[in-house]
Ligand binder design. Sequence first.
Ligand SMILES: NC(=O)c1ccc[n+]([C@@H]2O[C@H](COP(=O)([O-])OP(=O)(O)OC[C@H]3O[C@@H](n4cnc5c(N)ncnc54)[C@H](O)[C@@H]3O)[C@@H](O)[C@H]2O)c1
Length: 292
Amino acid sequence: MTLRKICILGAGTLGSRVALQSAISGFTVSIFDLKQASLDSALFTMQKILRQLVRGGTLTESQVPEILQRIQPTLDLPEALKGADLVNESVTEDVAIKKSLWAEVGKLAESHTWLTTNTSYLLPSQFAEETGSPSRFCAFHFHDVFYSRVVDIMPHPGTDPTLIGVLEKLGRKLNQVPVIVRKENPGYLFNTMLMALLGAAGKLITREVGSIEDIDKSWMVNFHMPMGPFGILDSIGLDTAWHVTHKMSDSASQAFAAHLKTYIDQGKLGEKTGEGFYTYPNPRYREPDFIL
Ligand SMILES: NC(=O)c1ccc[n+]([C@@H]2O[C@H](COP(=O)([O-])OP(=O)(O)OC[C@H]3O[C@@H](n4cnc5c(N)ncnc54)[C@H](O)[C@@H]3O)[C@@H](O)[C@H]2O)c1
């Protein structure tokens, strides 16, 4: 079956990016959120990314209006799902929120619609039943979409194997590199490795072993990377990182979650709010003299 319309649930950091790439790749896109403010800020983010892509020569100025026209932001879930060939859910990383939304989607989605989640650390089997159609459900997990272009395809034991092929093809069409996670694993492939790095950086900061800048510099210089673990955390969102760490029972994760919470309580969620460990749009680690 040819996919034409993609429905994105959640217009935050990731939902806005997946929606934009889907429109760039020629799909009709609906993007649903509970809050008008999220839809407005998603549009702002998309316009910013489009300007960067035009500046970088990936797109031409004349393509921009037609790309934006393909995106329909909405607060109306039935409208968003109408005629959708595939859903990708990017709402808050909280199992209760996801379960309740999927239960609603399960009742409303058309019988041909493939159902996917972009969860970072939960497993698709944790809410497959809620979809009402577990065989049509699979994790389809993006990273940053434009800069980090791996997309994980992670079925749960009841996923229809046809969907894996559909998602591999779709992943390539969305300009991503698809990888298949053969067994359900919290964190897929890359995030499992990333968690080890971020957890180690968290331990270093909560035990006051080094400064944020020096920890980042150590990683950036040795691995020739454009950002270190705290720059990465800012781009992920400190709230999303907290949702993951505060559920881990070990004392190091609990200490790091408490540390993240002090930033969250001040409204410092990272790049999306203009401040986290660094301030944006010009964080210190992007300045040429940072690693000197
Ligand atoms: N931030 C990342 O780098 C990243 C990367 C890959 C995957 N993810 C995953 O994507 C999902 C979203 O993360 P994010 O960083 O975009 O979060 P975010 O906080 O930026 O956005 C979440 C959005 O979901 C909306 N929302 C909450 N409940 C909703 C509901 N019931 N119906 C519709 N919208 C609802 C919120 O209003 C918000 O706009 C999470 O599962 C996360 O693990 C995040």
